[in-house]
Ligand binder design. Structure first.
Ligand code: 4AD
Ligand code: MG
Length: 435
């Protein structure tokens, strides 16, 4: 029968069988009689063993001359290999070189991050990016599964817009024929319209923010999941949020053990984050905690939290923590004010543990036409751009709430990486638009 072509990931189903694999060489080591080839095929990494007395002198010499990232067609027999993370290896009987590779820039030695980012198109082939992208894919897959099972439908929001829901400081302007448009900061306003049409909805798309500062937590282009729920108050929205995050973490634990191992990310730590509920603490209380710590002598009520404050607060808990009811002055126009206080909104940020900061921002939304119009005017926003949004309060307004999860923030936290640039295939950073 013809030789079966398989992927490395499927090795467990072909133990002691002869198969064909297409892949690349990542590293090699050889002596007089035996060569060890480190191989990858996009689905996994494993070792190929070549014995000179099996493949013959000529092929053995050719194999010894192979360079890193040569592309290969390999025929061989899969064996169990308990010494490796992966658990299998291939004993090679023949091999064909498809493409040679001279002086591949990313060698097994350490490289600086700027060098790696310049070579992101090649760096993606390495083990760490591989593991992170697989986990990213699992988080995306689990997102669709979660919202499907909870009765949400996906409604895509436009990318080219005329509105600036999160404020005007970080907008990307672009030409829209003879007018100006912005690249979307958030799909939320459109999801609110969709929630009035289809009850529970979510968007999942790119968001653009011209963040002028370099931080470990900010991308210029990132991906956001924005659910919006009709007839739902803020407390119930928080329950959706914690169920969603716990589901993402559990899915990664269930389906990405190999990738977590490649990243040295301890699954025991992640297991803590699957236990609900997550703690809730008011903004007022958070300010007190910061003041009482003695580490933040200048902190006063009304301040927004920077990354040190968020890290300190998260450290006081061993799970993600919701900080509730922030002052109006530091949050956007669409939020619903607290029913018994006029200085805070019905909103919450979810702070991730281990110093990863805010991963979700969300709120109940203002439902009253006149009050919303007043805020739009008070903030000096361009009224005609928001007429359609005000319509939602004119034709059958209902209580509704929603939130936004930053995909890359969540992935950076779940994978335990230091910097958000690792969590997206081709990061857009201050001064970086290539590759
Ligand atoms: O808190 P933000 O600005 O909230 C919104 O955009 C709302 N419209 C969401 C909603 O209620 N539908 O952003 C939401 C999340 C943040 O918590 C953070 O995780 C992520 O998006 N985020 C960023 N991620 C990477 N780089 C940036 N520059 C980010 N800005 C926000
Ligand atoms: Mg926010």
């Amino acid at each position: 029968k013809p030789m079966k072509q398989i992927n490395i990931i499927d090795s467990k189903d072909y133990v002691d069988q002869e198969v064909e694999i297409g892949g690349w060489l990542t590293d090699k080591r050889s002596s007089g009689k035996i060569a060890f080839l480190q191989l990858r095929d996009g689905t996994g990494f494993f070792q190929g063993v070549v014995l000179k007395n099996q493949v013959g002198e000529e092929l053995f010499e050719e194999i010894k001359r192979l360079r890193q990232e040569s592309s290969l067609k390999i025929v061989g027999t899969i064996h169990k290999d308990d010494r490796s993370h992966f658990g299998y290896e291939i004993e090679i009987s023949s091999l064909e070189v498809l493409g040679t590779s001279e002086d591949y820039p990313i060698t097994p030695k350490e490289h600086g991050v700027d060098f790696l980012l310049d070579h992101r198109h090649l760096w993606l082939r390495s083990k760490k990016p591989y593991a992170i992208m697989k986990i990213r894919n699992e988080v995306i897959r689990a997102t669709y599964e979660f919202f499907n099972k909870e009765g949400f439908i996906k409604i895509d929001a436009p990318i080219l817009t005329s509105s600036a829901p999160e404020g005007t400081t970080e907008l990307f302007k672009t030409k829209y024929f003879d007018r100006e448009a912005y690249l979307s900061q958030s799909g939320q306003l459109y999801e609110e319209a969709a929630a009035m049409a289809y009850d529970k909805v979510f968007s999942f798309g790119p968001a653009f923010r011209a963040e002028k500062s370099k931080t470990r937590r900010h991308l210029i282009e990132f991906w956001m999941i924005e659910p919006e729920m009709a007839f739902m108050h803020q407390e119930e929205s928080l329950e959706v949020q914690e169920r969603y995050i716990a589901f993402l973490v559990q899915s990664v634990l269930d389906n990405c053990q190999y990738e977590l191992k490649l990243l040295d990310r301890d699954p025991k730590i992640l297991e803590k984050y699957t236990k609900l509920p997550y703690p809730r603490v008011s903004y007022d209380k958070a300010i007190e905690m910061l003041q009482e710590s003695g580490e933040f002598p200048d902190t006063k009520w009304g301040d927004d939290f920077g990354s040190p404050e968020e890290t300190f607060l998260a450290e006081q808990f061993d799970k993600p923590v919701f900080v509730l009811n922030y002052p109006k002055a530091i949050k956007p126009f669409y939020m619903k004010p607290h029913p018994t206080r006029d200085d805070v909104y019905l909103c919450a940020d979810l702070l991730a543990p281990e110093g990863y900061g805010e991963i979700i921002g969300g709120s109940e939304r203002e439902t009253d036409y006149d009050k919303l119009l007043q805020v739009i005017r008070d903030k000096g926003m361009n009224e005609p751009d928001y007429e359609w949004y005000l319509d939602l309060r004119k034709y059958g307004t209902v209580p509704h709430s929603g939130f936004g999860l930053g995909l890359e923030r969540a992935i950076t936290w779940i994978t335990g990486e230091d910097h958000i640039r690792e969590a997206i295939p081709f990061p857009r950073l201050l001064n970086r638009l290539k590759p």
